[in-house]
Write a protein that binds this ligand. Structure first.
Ligand SMILES: Cc1cc2nc3c(=O)[nH]c(=O)nc-3n(C[C@H](O)[C@H](O)[C@H](O)COP(=O)(O)OP(=O)(O)OC[C@H]3O[C@@H](n4cnc5c(N)ncnc54)[C@H](O)[C@@H]3O)c2cc1C
Length: 430
């Protein structure tokens, strides 16, 4: 899966503007450790960092380089909350656990911003809010209900009229929106590289170019083999999200990997730039097949949206995104497009991320449903608490058994039909 997905990273804005990464080092020894973490995205790095802050010394094994997966390719929108609204979460999980889930998901952005500040991570942090833009009046009602639920829990969310939304985003295409002051944005790859540097600064080794090729249960724990080395660990955390392979039987079938893609213009002229996100917010809309958009630190306009299951038809999908950008922001005129790239998000059937324990001592955090900048960081921290010995019932997120998606072999036609259905509903507004 990792190889097949590679072309998507070819022309990433974030790669082109990344800070210098730490020197790469692959695993060529035989290590014995307490904890091994597989995957160096936000989840794995946050887990490693929070373990290291407790004085523990895990190792991190990454198939490529830190941030190579979705963490280094995303829209960089730091969004509070889960896909479901707070009342629904508390109804589903009960007031105690549901309440904790609501709290950590709402505080996810502040955890990200705090780590960035504490470790001096240079990643173009903007923490002045995320706008959710309503594509029609019923979506505006939904946003009002959502905002009311969060406001009851003390969150700072403002309602935006159609004209305020138009001014703060730079397009009159939306019926209105909400400005959630808890959110913001980062340069995602630089955030991941900064987390990796912070992890290393606390004495934890991260091995790049070291794919875990096998994972076996042993008498004392687990044995992970990489092409040139191996790790024996009492406990293992799999933080592989949309890039989950067949390392542990069945885990890959708990998520559906789906491409999300982005395009970016050249830096806009000062004049045009002033009309788009004049106060430095970022935004995504309420469509089921949503678009997400923002400026980067040098004034490039980015537009993101759905990709597909394979790289086939990618060029056409990039063109659709450019067309959407011109429709929303006609003021950009004949602009030059500089970057087009994408990566894999991991969708789950219940739209929640999952903390799983597929076997005693084996842990997984995955399924961020395209919303993992804050949430993967937050669950990485919860995972660290679990690995450091916290009881399941005391965690801020439920631990569940891996739940294979039924009829997994039919996921492509099933999701393709769903995409067509969602597109129709977005267009016709029902
Ligand atoms: C185009 C795009 C736009 C997005 N936009 C946003 C956004 O604006 N806001 C938001 O909140 N979320 C967004 N997301 C989602 C967000 O990026 C993810 O939820 C988050 O990065 C997941 O982090 P992670 O650490 O779980 O996984 P990843 O970052 O995907 O990391 C998994 C890592 O595991 C490694 N790996 C896999 N298998 C192995 C193995 N066998 N051995 C060793 N290593 C292995 C991979 O190489 C990879 O580096 C977006 C995603 C994409 C793709």
């Amino acid at each position: 899966m990792i190889e097949r997905e590679r072309p998507l990273l070819a022309n990433s804005l974030w790669e082109a503007t990344a800070n210098q990464a730490l020197p790469r080092r692959h695993l060529e020894e035989s290590l014995t450790v307490d904890t091994a973490i597989v995957g160096a995205g936000f989840a794995g790095l946050s887990c490693a960092l929070h373990l290291a802050e407790r004085g523990l010394k895990p190792v991190v094994i990454e198939a490529r380089t830190p941030g190579w997966g979705a963490s280094g390719r995303n829209g960089g929108q730091v969004i509070p909350g889960l896909k479901e609204d707070p009342d629904t979460i508390e109804k589903l999980y009960g007031p105690e656990m549901g309440g904790r889930m609501v709290r950590i998901s709402g505080e996810g952005p502040s955890l990200v911003f705090d780590l960035i500040r504490r470790y001096g991570i240079e990643c173009d942090l903007q923490d002045n809010g995320w706008i959710q833009a309503a594509h029609d009046s019923s979506a505006l009602d939904l946003l009002a209900r959502r905002a009311e639920q969060w406001q009851r829990r003390g969150a700072k969310i403002e309602h935006l009229s159609k004209s305020e939304t138009a001014r703060l985003i730079g397009t009159g295409a939306y019926a209105g929106g909400t400005l959630d002051r808890r959110g913001g944005s980062v340069h995602p790859l630089n955030y991941a590289l900064g987390l990796a540097a912070a992890v290393r600064s606390l004495g934890v080794d991260i091995y790049s170019d070291s794919p875990a090729e096998s994972l076996e249960k042993t008498g004392q724990g687990f044995l992970i083999k990489t092409p040139h080395g191996e790790v024996r660990a009492k406990q293992v955390a799999l933080c592989t999200n949309g890039y989950t392979d067949h390392l542990w039987p069945g885990l890959a079938k708990t998520v559906v990997p789906f491409r999300s893609i982005q395009v970016a213009t050249k830096p806009l002229s000062e004049n045009v730039r002033r009309s788009i996100f004049p106060e430095g917010h970022v935004s995504s809309d309420t469509r089921r097949l949503l678009n997400y958009f923002r400026l980067d630190a040098t004034g490039r306009l980015l537009m993101g949206g759905r990709g597909g299951f394979t790289d086939a038809g990618l060029r056409a999908r990039f063109s659709v995104l450019k067309h959407v950008t011109h429709r929303l922001f006609p003021q950009i005129g004949e602009v030059e497009w500089e970057h087009a790239w994408g990566g894999l998000v991991a969708m789950t059937q219940d739209h929640f991320p999952h903390l799983n324990e597929p076997a005693p001592g084996l842990h997984a955090a995955l399924g961020f449903n395209g919303r993992g900048v804050a949430m993967a960081t937050a669950l990485g921290k919860v995972l660290a608490e679990r690995l450091a010995g916290k009881a399941v019932e005391d965690l801020d997120f439920p631990v569940t058994q891996p739940n294979r998606i039924p009829f997994y072999g039919l996921r492509k036609p099933a999701v393709t039909s769903l995409v067509v259905w969602y597109g129709l509903r977005d267009r016709l507004g029902f």
